[in-house]
Design a protein around this ligand. Structure first.
Ligand code: NDP
Length: 384
């Protein structure tokens, strides 16, 4: 019996029909959380840290909030939003107390709420710094979405604020908590692919600011900081770093955006960039807002290659390995990367350990992103 089955059995025995439905999907999860808690569940919740979500947009409501159901150490207790009606409705669905709804204006008073241990920032990119710093000043630990911020200076201010407050700051690099990526890293470190020579990774999708509300700020430089590179190219960049386990020493890049496409008046579309690592590995990466969805990576070693396609999706990952004696397709079990990521931070807080993807990890990527922009602008390689 796997964990899901045993949980289903427990819930069935406890007669929690609605909570059972929570395992069926996000909508059902929302309904179930409004049910009264049993004593057993309340006791269990005492072992969990309380989380507040800041910014109730697409990613927060569709991916993050529903996945607290699979957390062992984290529970949703508060919401921060500029849309009071939406916040109230979601609070009701998730069984949260109305007093635990905050606006951006009264957010700082969250310092007086002992139920909130961790604040998860899921706002447009350029707002990450302000809300991370305010959360740290309110004495809260922070999980902040990628990209960490839109400048290296802001990243440093976020790290400094969390250090000053004596609180944890983690960046939400969910792929580093995802089983297929972790398995690939393990195989590379064990030498299964031999000496790594080359990496390729592509991340693209069609940005649709007139159709999808979540894309409207993505094409505005002030809110997004940049285009496809900041939003999804960062997955290629981060993957090249965790696959090699090295930091790049040089970047080269080219950018191409259609000047007649209104989507790219302020932010870039296509980016091709190459990272050179100290061992000699080259990582050749692309990101785009104008090709159909691709989220893949390939690692080339002298004993074999490993494909992850997709590499960075929410589910349905796929791994292929090719060696001289044939191909294999390892059947790995999908995991809940969102729950794993949130629980990792809760556990680090409880055990006073530094998370796997701290603020410094986010700062490094923003520094490399800036070097990629500089390389494209100047038309030359940039040492980093
Ligand atoms: P959305 O636009 O759907 O959500 C952003 C939310 O922020 C809004 O719904 C709104 O919530 C709040 N907000 C406050 N001020 C503004 C403003 N001026 N303009 C727009 N929204 C504002 O975006 P996403 O959910 O797609 O992205 C949010 C963050 O999450 C980004 O940093 C993105 O990079 C990251 N992300 C990460 C993913 C991952 O896989 N790790 C996937 C998708 C996004 P309210 O109405 O409650 O105030």
């Amino acid at each position: 019996m796997d964990a899901t089955d045993s949980r289903r059995q427990f819930l069935r025995q406890a007669g929690l029909g609605a909570a059972m439905a929570a395992l069926a999907g996000p909508g059902a999860a929302a309904a179930s959380l409004a049910q009264p808690l049993t004593a057993a569940m309340q006791n269990n919740d005492k072992k969990k840290l309380g989380w507040a979500i800041v910014g109730l947009g697409k990613f927060a409501t569709e991916e993050i909030m529903p996945n607290f159901k699979d957390c062992q150490h984290s529970r949703l207790v508060a919401l921060v939003s500029g849309s009071p009606d939406k916040a109230k409705k979601l609070a009701q669905e998730y069984g949260l107390q109305e007093k635990n709804i905050y606006s951006y204006q009264n957010f700082d008073s969250i310092k007086d709420n002992p139920e909130v241990d961790v604040v998860y920032i899921i706002l447009p990119n350029s707002m990450h710094a302000e809300y991370t710093i305010r959360a740290a000043q309110a004495g809260k630990h922070v999980l902040c979405e990628k990209p960490m911020a839109t400048s290296v200076e802001d990243c440093q201010k976020m790290i400094d604020a969390s250090k000053k407050a004596g609180k944890q700051l983690m960046i939400a690099y969910r792929c580093q908590y995802e089983p297929f990526n972790l398995n690939a890293i393990e195989r590379i470190r064990k030498g299964e692919l031999g000496k790594i020579r080359f990496i390729t990774s592509d991340h693209g999708r069609l940005v649709k600011p007139t159709e999808d509300k979540a894309d409207t700020w993505r094409v505005q430089k002030k809110l997004a900081g940049g285009g496809s590179l900041m939003d999804i190219g960062i997955y290629s960049l981060n993957a090249a770093r965790y696959f090699t386990g090295e930091e790049p020493v040089e970047v080269t890049a080219q950018i191409s955006s259609d000047p007649n496409d209104p989507r790219f008046k302020e932010v870039e579309d296509n980016v091709a960039f190459t990272l050179r690592f100290p061992s000699g590995v080259l990582a050749s990466c692309t990101s785009s807002y104008s090709y159909e969805t691709v989220k893949r990576g390939r690692i080339f070693g002298d004993k074999g290659w490993l494909d992850l396609d997709p590499l960075s999706d929410y589910d349905k990952h796929n791994m292929k390995i090719g060696k001289q004696d044939g191909k294999e397709e390892p059947q790995l079990k999908e995991g809940n990367q969102f729950a794993a990521e949130m629980d990792h931070l809760s556990e680090c807080i409880m055990q006073n350990k530094t998370p796997r993807t701290p603020g410094e990890e986010g700062l490094r990527d923003v520094r490399y992103i800036m070097a990629i922009y500089e390389s494209a602008r100047k038309g030359k390689a940039i040492k980093v």
